[in-house]
Design a protein around this ligand. Sequence first.
Ligand code: GLY
Length: 261
Amino acid sequence: MHFTRAIVRPPARSFAGGLSSALEGPPDINQALVQHAGYVAALRDCGLQVTRLAPDAAYPDGTFVEDTAILTGRGAILTRPGAPSREGEVRSMAECLRNFYADLRGIAAPGTVDGGDICEADGHFLIGVSGRTNEDGAHQLAEHLGRLGYTSSIIDIRANPALLHLKSGIAYLGDGVWVADGGIQNDLRFQGCVNARDLILVPPSEAYAANCVRVNDAILVAAGYPQMSAALEKRGCRVVHLEMSEFRKMDGGLSCLSLRF
Ligand code: GLY
């Protein structure tokens, strides 16, 4: 898919108060802001017009905007994040998306969906049921997507505690190329759901880099993961390395930092 726009939200001063299972110490907000600015610059270099939402200290995880909506070429679906502390992040995203989408749907209680659990591949959506996205939410989302003319499959990743979200472990790079970390590629449900022409296996020591993003002609990947980077470059990809250390401390990956459409 060719993207022309992205929505981001820089981290708020309260960023360190967000949810995290990483045992890497608190993030440095000033460094996080520098890294976020680098991320935005990379999106702009890929030709995207970037809409920047205001940081909101009431929502320390609010920089991870991807979790608040699913954007498609035919309509958008606002999520209902699975962590109660993140539910309110959707309000400001809804206001923003009304400028771009006439068809704006939503997930209703008791359903929960985090956008990080949704991976689109050429009009087919993989929906991960995780600690954040529940079965009710997954089925609601599948229905919305179906009404928009898309197909979907539901994958239960709850047996894999290393994955916060489905896209913590997989990425679709287009042209039949998938990235998967070892834990999830062995999952037969994943193999049954995707038709991989080429599967890039991420070594366990570089599992964080599985969350990479294709943006037009570039693949954005976290800096500091040489094997992953080499695997992408070997395939002729234009690889853009981005410093992500402060977001990693808060369980956030590259895809989480923007909504692309
Ligand atoms: N800190 C990101 C999340 O837990 O949703």
